[in-house]
Design a protein around this ligand. Structure first.
Ligand code: NI
Length: 256
């Protein structure tokens, strides 16, 4: 399995980061993609990816921090992206739920980083909350030119289909294990060939560990739940979602 969206650079892991990486492998989660959210976490993600063979990273500015994006950091992102362990730009997107940056600035930072990803020929990792229509409108303009994933997909099966038709993936996580979560509909019905699994740790811990810190190892519980919803074996789900992630982030092409 691949945890396609984790944040183990966060201070939550300062006391046991090494153990958490070892534990992931023990659970069958042999590769991690650590996702940058601002200047510091992008740099920390980059350092982690260059310290561990099985860790890859993305660099980018989260919609919450859109207002900090500047040309200097864009240039730094470009330099970091020269390194093969940087496999995407993210997380970028729109968050109208918390509105921590003004919406017009969020849209501008989103578009700037989508353009950067095209220039760098890298896929994007997108965060959308309470902003699906605007996000789909923007992403639609990049259909066919850019690939990526809408992580922790907050939409309906119909919206997931629209996303897939634009050539973008969705990812599911621990939320899918929560009772009556609408993410279960995605697990049952959305296009499996456009689906990834992730944790978004330290957040969104799956059942049976809900309430505690999330870790990459728990990608396994997401995989188990998806297998149950799909009425398939965990091995099959693992195979399909791993192949999807390898393809999107070009892990095999580059790393063999
Ligand atoms: Ni995240």
């Amino acid at each position: 399995m691949i945890d396609t969206h984790c944040h183990i650079d966060f201070p939550d892991f300062d006391h046991d980061r090494e153990d958490v990486i070892v534990q992931a492998v023990e659970f069958g989660v042999d590769r991690l993609i650590n996702i940058g959210t601002d200047f510091k976490s992008s740099r920390r993600s980059f350092a982690l990816a260059n310290s561990y063979e099985n860790i890859f990273c993305t660099v980018g500015i989260h919609p919450h921090d859109s207002k900090i994006l500047n040309p200097k950091f864009l240039a730094e992102m470009e330099t970091m992206a020269d390194n093969p362990k940087v496999v995407g730009i993210g997380e970028i997107g729109l968050d109208y739920y918390r509105d921590l940056s003004p919406r017009d600035i969020q849209r501008k930072a989103f578009i700037t980083q989508l353009d950067l990803a095209i220039n760098l020929d890298l896929p994007v990792v997108i965060h959308v909350r309470e902003a699906m229509e605007d996000a789909l409108k923007i992403i639609g303009q990049y259909a066919g030119k850019l690939q990526g994933v809408l992580h922790c997909f907050p939409g309906t099966v119909e919206e997931a289909d629209r996303v897939a038709n634009m050539g973008f993936h969705i990812s599911v996580n621990g939320v899918m294990t929560y009772k009556n979560s609408k993410m279960q509909d995605l697990g049952r019905e959305a296009d499996l060939d456009m689906m990834l699994i992730e944790t978004d740790c330290p957040y969104l811990t799956p059942i049976p560990h809900r309430g505690k810190r999330n870790v990459p190892a728990y990608t396994k519980f997401v995989c188990v739940k998806l297998a149950e919803l799909r009425e398939m074996s965990m091995a099959e789900i693992d195979k399909i979602t791993t192949r999807n992630a390898e393809k999107l982030f070009r892990l095999v092409e580059i790393f063999g």
